[in-house]
Design a protein. Structure first.
Length: 162
């Protein structure tokens, strides 16, 4: 066994999202076009399904796999499950440009990009595989107290619109 092996590999973080898909090969291309993802590893099974893939987006890793109902019947893609069960959050330099690239690559906007009370410019898209992506650029560094005050003001405005 090698000495001085890092328990968390270089370039990885403590938490890494793992998305299950129906078509990981197509997703790898979409994430490259939409988010600039760089495929680091792709391990196909003999039948062509991807049992494990790793992409790097910015400074973070994302793991991907095709569905394998024979090994993990409870792990389904949003397309098979009929719902999205989570969302991946992506900080970028220019949220407007990245959301446009994602839409051009096939994503659909589910929340238009706008300035938010917590200091981010933020929008949401759903990719062609049913996974939701929150995309943001930090515009202001705020204290928790400032965020709470703005949240209260935001909630009042929303209540008046009803």
């Amino acid at each position: 066994m090698a000495k001085n092996v890092k328990p968390i590999p270089e370039g990885y973080h403590t938490v890494t999202p793992y998305l299950v898909l129906r078509d990981t090969k197509r997703a790898l291309e979409f994430y490259k076009k939409a988010f600039g993802a760089e495929t680091r590893l792709s391990m196909p099974n003999p039948d062509g399904r991807i049992m494990h893939a790793e992409v790097k987006i910015g400074d973070s890793m994302l793991f991907l796999s095709d569905e394998f109902p024979e090994m993990a019947p409870d792990l389904k893609s949003p397309q098979s499950a009929g719902v999205a069960t989570g969302s991946t959050f992506l900080y970028v330099q220019d949220v407007d440009a990245v959301v446009k690239k994602a839409v051009d690559a096939g994503a659909k906007v589910i929340m238009p990009v706008a300035d938010m009370f917590w200091g981010d410019r933020f929008g949401k898209v759903v990719d062609p595989f049913g996974h939701h992506w929150g995309v943001a650029t930090r515009k202001e560094d705020l204290t928790p107290e400032q965020i709470e005050k703005r949240k209260t003001e935001f909630e009042k405005k929303m209540a008046q619109k009803k």
